[in-house]
Design a protein around this ligand. Structure first.
Ligand SMILES: [Zn+2]
Ligand SMILES: [Zn+2]
Length: 352
């Protein structure tokens, strides 16, 4: 065991990493908590005839953070799915992902990895309308791609595996990469889909718009209803809180351990110093009693009787400080006169 009392590099790294991660996770957790609080405090506006009146009376004809639940309807044109017949929507995203196995030199295992090699998103202007078809009021959704939680519906998925030949296989073992294939996916926000939008609601030239809110507020466009959206955000808060707590415990335990070790080391060395001081004091007292000059005592003389030669080694401490007579005379349990460690064994010292 390391007895120097100083923290080892590993302990230091553990402390630094876990504190840094705790700080990062805590800041994410704080942000998520604020998001949930703001989301819960957002004003619910229903799509009806009253909506414009509410906005006209509101300061700046604007509700800074509003919750809208409505149905997707295109303004003019619609997007058609490239793969599914009669599937129309207002947002269409096509993603191509390359999947491959990568050789990990550290773990000596093939790991799966995927990389987006192409992504294209098309949008056309769209409105949110009331579930009740008799209501004529509409809300135009501005910059839908800026929203977080834009969970589109997967309308098409296909995997094209890469053809493998023997020469390829040999090449893969040399390069450490083995392509698996291309994953193709189409996602859409379809017409008639129920959507919850949370953002800034403004009345602009007789057109009601839902747009990204001011700084510090998050823009949501989700296929979940409002309650599920709040619940989803809350579970993310819980996740970050647990992560923060876990790493916080690791950081504080490491810090506590390092400090405790330091303190134990200092206490130990202070104790040793005191014992030695006390021993020297006793020795000086004895010299006065025996009327011996300090200078006249041989450096190889027994530190107890000051006359005989030192003739034994005490184990485990290893001190050579006494003669055999004085060792025999030590009271039971026998302890080293210098450091007071219990004498497990005594080995005679032979001078040749
Ligand atoms: Zn002696
Ligand atoms: Zn000793």
């Amino acid at each position: 065991m390391d007895t120097s009392g100083k923290p080892s590099t590993a302990q230091f790294l553990l402390l630094a990493t876990s504190s840094a991660l705790t700080a990062v996770f805590y800041s994410v957790y704080r942000r998520r908590t604020t998001t949930v609080a703001r989301l819960k405090g957002a004003k619910k506006v229903s799509i009806d005839q009253d909506m414009k009146n509410i906005l006209t009376e509101a300061p700046g004809k604007c509700v800074p953070y509003a919750v809208i639940e409505g149905v997707v309807r295109s303004v003019k044109e619609t997007l058609n799915s490239q793969f599914v017949d009669n599937c129309k929507g207002v947002i269409e995203r096509l993603t191509l992902k390359e999947k491959k196995m990568v050789w990990n030199r550290t773990t000596h295992l093939w790991n799966e990895s995927e990389k987006v090699i192409h992504q294209r998103t098309n949008t056309v202007p769209f409105d949110l309308v009331s579930h009740d078809e008799a209501v004529a009021a509409t809300i135009r959704v501005i910059r839908p791609l800026d929203s977080s939680e834009l969970d589109l519906e997967t309308t098409y998925e296909n995997f094209h595996p890469t053809a493998q030949s023997l020469t390829n296989v040999i090449g893969h073992f040399i390069s450490g990469e083995r392509p698996k294939g291309i994953h193709e996916m189409e996602e859409m926000l379809r017409l008639g889909e129920s959507v919850t939008g949370v953002g800034e609601l403004v009345l602009d030239n007789n057109l009601v718009k839902l747009q990204p809110p001011k700084q510090g507020l998050r823009y949501f466009l989700s296929r979940l209803d409002y309650d599920s959206l709040v619940e989803k955000q809350q579970s993310s808060v819980r996740f970050w809180r647990i992560l923060t707590m876990m790493f916080g415990v690791v950081a504080s335990t490491t810090l506590f351990f390092i400090l405790w070790k330091q303190w134990a080391y200092h206490r130990q060395s202070r104790k040793k110093k005191n014992v030695l001081e006390e021993f020297k004091e006793q020795q000086r007292k004895r010299m006065r009693e025996l009327n011996v000059e300090e200078a006249s005592v041989s450096t190889s003389a027994c530190t107890v009787c000051l006359s005989q030669k030192r003739s034994c080694v005490f184990l485990e401490c290893g001190h050579v400080c006494a003669c055999d007579w004085c060792y025999q005379a030590l009271p039971e349990p026998k302890k080293c006169p210098i450091c007071r460690a219990t004498i497990e064994r005594v080995v005679p010292l032979y001078n040749s």
